[in-house]
Write a protein that binds this ligand. Structure first.
Ligand code: MN
Length: 637
């Protein structure tokens, strides 16, 4: 474990490798949820790095992606008389403060708004989003020492101008489209929650918004300090934002509230028609806000997510993505993951600038009509700190009549932390995550919550509090069943059979060892063995009706070699039986590979971290027991 962490810290390996390493700690699966979460972030790095444009030149104008044919209608228009929970107004006086020089510069507001060049008093390192490096050995040593505080290079960030310039990374089509947006767009409030954030990174987030948001569209920026411990995040922040604009307000939580309640505190102060939530380590690029607001103006039940790009944690380089060909989904552990856009969905798009319907969002950055946000129940206030709230809102938006979309023309950079989150979960990660995810499953997932509990068996009996208000909300909004969501919005969910012949761990009773995927997927390694830990995760398999042994919905055990001693591959399920077909006999516990007739054998000696294929001979190392059997398909004998 120490070795693993050390490797992660040195950061010399690719993020894909990090995923392996994290997955290899299968036995510690339960206790390193945070690392897994970060690995998911790294997966986002991967997917964004390797994006390529997979679009045909389909010019057909099919309106079905507006979902009229699915019977989704927006909620009633916002009640104009409803009193928004906002605070005292700070009218923009047009003279002093951040925007004072703007109009004097004669900027044409029809052009893409970006005053970073004019505001940039200390241009230098990292300009135009380029990679930057520390110069002296002392600086580098200090940076290394402090890296763990934030899990990105905060010392380097301190040396880069808060107003650094960024490239205009939108595609050509998006640049053209910019001039087609209506002049009168809804105003926006930007809500940025932070907890122990690096000061320069936080302020650069604010500066990038001020520098690249047309003033008439920016109502306010609300900074929510979730009870940070550092003094430099108190008065220095207050003093600094006073020099910027009266539009920037700071709200401070007296006690640690977590992301969810912090965002609600921020939204309560916001006065814009639209609320845009940003993480506290972002940079907005030219033209970022108009496409979000325009889409919400079309229909206030559109909830939109910008294309999130990578700001490198070591060099702070802005790493622009190609056109996105991924959207958001999740596995049955209820962790967000990137998924390819299904072909049918791609065909609905007019060109690469058209929005992408997405079943789920990562959660850090999105824009929502403020009144709509409250109308559909804002957030589940009983969820603690962080985790699960992104899917909760995603499910709720889709099931209760809204839409969730990625807007390719809006590009916002985000520092993906390198190996671990510096945040503390006061009640511990497992308890917090289980509570949040159980609430998510219990309120929204109907009978499919079983898939989640199968995946995280330890969560089944954990405390999740009172959900009656959220159930009542679901009734009041007349939300559709989760089955509808799976069928219509997330048909690529690779939903496993709810009632397969057998499932759970696959244990060799004599040794107490279980088959363990080691987190390996799709041809990147061999099936492993690990002491049974009873936590699901990498030791959770499904024996399907077709005789496949499935790991994580889409990966199958596969053997292509009939010689004794061969190892077992983990490959994408192809559904054609063949090398992926197995037979399990409950009487003797054998798992027979149908094409070769060999049995899975625990083996012994040098290969005992990996099971091998051997001729079946009834020895104890060939006896395997699934965690659960479906008694009609495997009657007890
Ligand atoms: Mn973040």
């Amino acid at each position: 474990m120490a070795r693993v962490l050390q490797n992660l810290c040195t950061g010399k390996m690719g993020s894909r490798r990090v995923l392996y390493i994290v997955a290899l700690t299968s036995g510690f699966w339960f206790s390193i949820n945070v690392l897994l979460l970060i690995a998911n972030n790294q997966a986002a790095v991967d997917s964004l790095d390797s994006l390529s444009l997979g679009l045909g030149n389909s010019r057909s104008r099919r309106d079905s992606h507006f979902m009229e044919d699915l019977g989704i209608k927006p909620l009633a228009p916002a009640n104009k008389n409803k009193h928004y929970p906002w605070q005292e107004d700070y009218p923009y006086n047009g003279k002093s403060g951040y925007f004072g020089t703007l109009f004097d510069d004669g900027n044409k507001l029809t052009e893409v708004f970006d005053v970073s060049r004019q505001r940039n008093k200390n241009p230098g390192l990292g300009e135009n989003g380029e990679a930057a490096y520390l110069k002296t050995e002392d600086e580098k040593k200090l940076a290394e020492k402090l890296f763990a505080n934030h899990s990105f290079n905060s010392i380097l960030s301190d040396k880069i101008s808060l107003d650094r310039t960024l490239p205009d990374v939108r595609g050509d089509r998006c640049k053209q489209k910019h001039y087609s947006y209506e002049k009168k767009l809804p105003t926006a409030s930007i809500v940025i929650c932070f907890h122990n954030e690096a000061l320069s990174v936080l302020l650069r987030t604010v500066h990038s918004v001020l520098n690249r948001t047309p003033p008439q569209l920016l109502k306010d920026i609300i900074l929510v300090d979730d009870s940070s411990l550092y003094n430099f995040l108190k008065k220095p922040v207050d003093d600094h934002v006073k020099t910027l604009s009266r539009k920037v307000k700071v709200v401070r939580n007296k006690r640690r509230q977590g992301l969810i309640r912090s965002r609600l505190n921020g939204a309560a102060v916001a006065r814009g028609e639209v609320v845009i939530f940003l993480d506290s380590h972002c940079e907005a690029t030219p033209g970022w806000i108009e496409p979000l607001l325009a889409r919400i103006k079309e229909d206030r039940s559109n909830v939109v997510v910008p294309t999130i790009e990578v700001i490198n944690a070591d060099t702070l380089q802005y790493q622009a993505a190609a056109n996105p060909d991924q959207r958001g989904g999740f596995g049955w552990d209820l962790f967000y993951k990137w998924k390819p856009i299904p072909a049918e969905e791609q065909q609905l798009r007019k060109d690469e600038s058209d929005f992408i319907r997405t079943p789920a969002m990562a959660g850090g950055l999105f824009a929502i009509h403020r009144q709509y946000f409250y109308d559909i129940g804002s957030y589940d206030m009983e969820m603690d700190i962080w985790g699960g709230e992104n899917l909760e809102l995603s499910f709720r938006v889709w099931m209760c009549g809204g839409r969730l979309e990625i807007v390719p023309c809006s590009r916002v950079g985000h520092i993906f932390r390198k190996y671990t989150s510096p945040y503390k979960f006061p009640d511990g990660v497992e308890k917090t995550l289980a509570k949040n995810l159980n609430r998510l499953a219990e309120v929204w997932m109907d009978e499919f919550k079983e898939l989640y509990y199968q995946k995280r068996p330890h969560a089944r009996n954990m405390y999740y509090g009172d959900i009656s208000q959220r159930i009542a909300l679901r009734k009041r909004l007349k939300c559709k069943p989760f089955k509808w969501y799976l069928d219509n919005i997330y048909p690529d969910s690779q939903m496993p059979d709810l009632y397969p012949p057998a499932k759970g761990e696959i244990r060799n009773p004599n040794s107490g060892y279980c088959l363990d995927s080691m987190g390996i997927k799709d041809g990147n390694g061999k099936l492993g063995l690990f002491p049974c830990h009873g936590q699901g995760g990498n030791q959770f398999f499904i024996f399907s009706k077709n005789g496949e042994i499935i790991f994580e919905e889409e990966n199958c055990l596969d053997v292509s070699n009939s010689s004794p001693g061969s190892l077992v591959d983990i490959l994408k399920c192809h559904g054609f039986k063949g090398n992926q077909q197995w037979r399990h006999k409950k009487s003797d516990g054998t798992i027979v590979h149908v094409p070769t007739g060999n049995c899975i054998d625990r083996g012994n000696g040098e290969n005992n971290d990996k099971p091998i294929m051997m001729p079946c001979d009834g020895r104890q190392s060939q006896e395997w027991r699934f965690g659960f059997y479906n008694s009609t398909m495997f009657p007890d004998k």
